[in-house]
Design a protein around this ligand. Structure first.
Ligand code: NI
Ligand code: MN
Length: 227
């Protein structure tokens, strides 16, 4: 899977011949000013929750690309009201198979509201799997919670995308704990540095994971890595 970082919690992932996009927040992100949003054209758009820093560019990209959107029921309903036509509703604990890849919606310990202030349902994460690709967990925004131990009970994980910046989500110390519970040896960091509240020392973060035997990947915005 080729993973391109678009800043904050937004990743484009080439997976089983499809292009997935998670949590697009690019146009309002000054750190991602060099990213051309018009060139992002996913087949699948996955949204963890409705906060602005996860859906800012979602409607524009969804309508233009006609991507298959996946989100929790309340966020799905909001997408439909915004003119998005290809949307699939899910809820926590559910799994769905699209073609040959699977998505499972996991809990996240976080609030959720829609851009217009409406109730957004629960915040969520995703486990994505395919027979010939790594199985990965995209945590969305979340605190550390002990039920993370259950996520890898059902299927072992090769990689986890975890928030690191603290204040709104777990910080590095808790993310190391999460990685140990998830049983992953590799973590891709997200949700750090975008705002003053979530600035992070990169060297300290890498060292904290390394001390626990885990490799932390911090991508430059615009960079692509293969997992
Ligand atoms: Ni949030
Ligand atoms: Mn957020």
């Amino acid at each position: 899977m080729n993973t391109t970082y678009y800043g904050h919690s937004c990743f484009g992932i080439e997976y089983a011949g499809k292009s997935m996009l998670f949590d697009p927040f690019v146009r309002p992100n000054a750190l991602a000013a060099h990213i051309d949003v018009d060139s992002i054209c996913p087949d699948i758009l996955l949204l963890s929750h409705g906060h602005e820093d996860h859906v800012a560019d979602a409607v524009e990209i969804a309508i233009r690309s006609k991507a298959q959107c996946v989100s929790i029921y309340e966020l799905h309903s909001w997408l439909l009201s915004q003119g998005v036509s290809h949307s699939h509703p899910m809820n926590i604990g559910g799994e769905w198979t699209f073609d040959d890849w699977k998505v499972r919606m996991t809990p996240a310990l976080h609030s959720n509201s829609l851009p217009d202030g409406q109730y957004g349902g629960l915040a969520a994460g995703f486990v994505i799997s395919h027979a010939e690709e790594p199985t990965f967990y995209f945590a969305g925004d979340t605190a550390l919670f002990s039920d993370m131990q259950l996520i890898s009970k059902r299927q072992s994980l090769d990689l986890a995308f975890l928030p690191l910046g603290g204040n709104f989500t777990m910080d590095v110390q808790d993310a190391v704990h999460a990685a140990l519970w998830l049983g992953v040896k590799k973590v891709v960091g997200m949700h750090y540095d975008t705002f003053g509240f979530i600035r992070m020392d990169h060297n300290e973060a890498v060292a904290a994971f390394s001390n626990a035997g885990i490799q932390l990947e911090l991508l430059n915005i615009g960079e692509t890595r293969t997992y």
